[in-house]
Design a protein around this ligand. Structure first.
Ligand code: TYM
Length: 327
């Protein structure tokens, strides 16, 4: 039973497969930062998971460092939360093996990331197939109670609960049962084509990068071809949804009223999105520039984070090994 006075262990990870985008921020990273205040936050860069897609060593190393810079610039505070790189905690890979044994093939065959690839005829490797079990190990290794994620990860948290439940049932209570934490208003941020924003769909709006380039990407967001004068429903419109990520309640209401009145161009909405988003991320951009000048600090943060994380994971791994007879 969790002690009410004890801060909750919150854990989440992000893959270093490219630069983080608005979906990553509003679905997940914003939660990491909010939750670090009252809880014991463990946040990691999932480079073992990224190995299924990134096959260039220098690129992978660079991406890991970039994501560390991004997270710190966005407000992840190493004095409040633990930030680390997944592969710096080998206990997780060891726990993954313990969990793989006992995980039914059928459970993994139903997982979307693998299914989507296979359905599209893209060859999938065993890493991708077993990916959800590694994710389960990530979560279980730290006795995580809450896992802040976007909607697309909920299935993986269900797999984790399933895997943990089976182990606990066979070997006695060993793992803490985690819960996903998904935000209602940004569980599935749309991309420039109106589909879910995703690095693999080539429809992302990045958090960092050249402002002019991002503005161009915003101006290219797809829209329908209804006449300007027609009134439009804001609900379910991806431009309105993107605007709503940044605008306060008053501005959102004004925008909704403009939609319902009609007589506006989508270009106006895009311009407003560009302005609001630039203002929203301005501080983070400035902080990132400073951090780039201080990479020693970033490496020290990751090292301290790895030590803290390993301490916790070693205890949980031993508990699991004793439960199933490996120790
Ligand atoms: P990844 O790297 O794809 O995404 C990182 C986080 O961003 C969220 N996200 C979104 N949220 C809302 N709208 C979107 N369009 C959107 N796109 C991405 C994701 O839900 C995620 O929370 N498998 C994970 C990484 C991982 C992990 C873990 C997460 C590995 N181990 C353990 C939690 C716990 C992934 O690929 O996330």
């Amino acid at each position: 039973m969790a002690d009410a006075a004890k801060p909750k262990r919150v854990l989440s990870g992000i893959q270093p497969t490219g630069r983080p985008h608005w979906g990553n921020y509003f679905g997940a990273i914003r939660q990491y930062i909010d939750l670090q205040e009252q809880n014991d936050g463990f946040y990691f860069i999932a480079n073992l998971h990224a190995l299924t897609t990134i096959r260039d060593a220098d690129q992978l190393r660079q991406n890991v460092l970039d994501i560390a810079l991004d997270l710190l610039a966005l407000g992840l505070d190493p004095d409040k939360a633990t930030l680390f790189v997944q592969s710096d905690v080998p206990e997780v890979s060891e726990l993954c093996w313990v969990l793989l044994s006992g995980t039914p093939m059928g459970l993994l065959q139903r997982c979307v990331a693998y299914k989507e690839k296979v359905d599209k005829g893209i060859p999938a490797d065993a890493g991708l197939f077993t990916y959800p079990v590694l994710q389960a190990a990530d979560i279980l290794a730290y006795d995580s109670e809450l896992v802040p994620v976007g909607a697309d990860q909920v299935q993986h948290i269900e797999v984790c609960r399933d895997v943990a439940g089976r182990f606990n049932h066979q070997f006695g209570d060993t793992f803490v049962m985690p819960k996903a934490n998904v935000l209602d208003d940004s569980a599935k941020v749309p991309g420039t084509d109106g589909e879910k924003m995703s690095k693999s769909y080539d429809n992302v709006l990045p958090l960092f990068g050249e402002v002019k380039k991002i503005r161009k990407q915003i101006m290219r967001i797809t829209t329908d071809s209804r006449p300007m004068e027609d009134p439009k429903q804001p609900q379910g419109d991806h431009l309105y949804d993107l605007y709503s990520l940044f605008a306060d309640a008053g501005k959102r209401e004004e925008m909704a009223a403009m939609y319902l009145r009609g007589g506006f161009g989508y270009g106006e909405v895009k311009k407003a999105i560009a302005e609001e988003s630039e203002a929203y991320f301005a501080d983070a951009r400035a902080r990132r520039v400073d951090l780039e000048q201080n990479l020693d600090h970033v490496h020290a943060v990751l090292q301290a984070g790895a030590e803290r994380a390993r301490n916790v994971a070693a205890g949980v791994l031993l508990r699991a090994q004793q439960a199933c007879g490996l120790k």
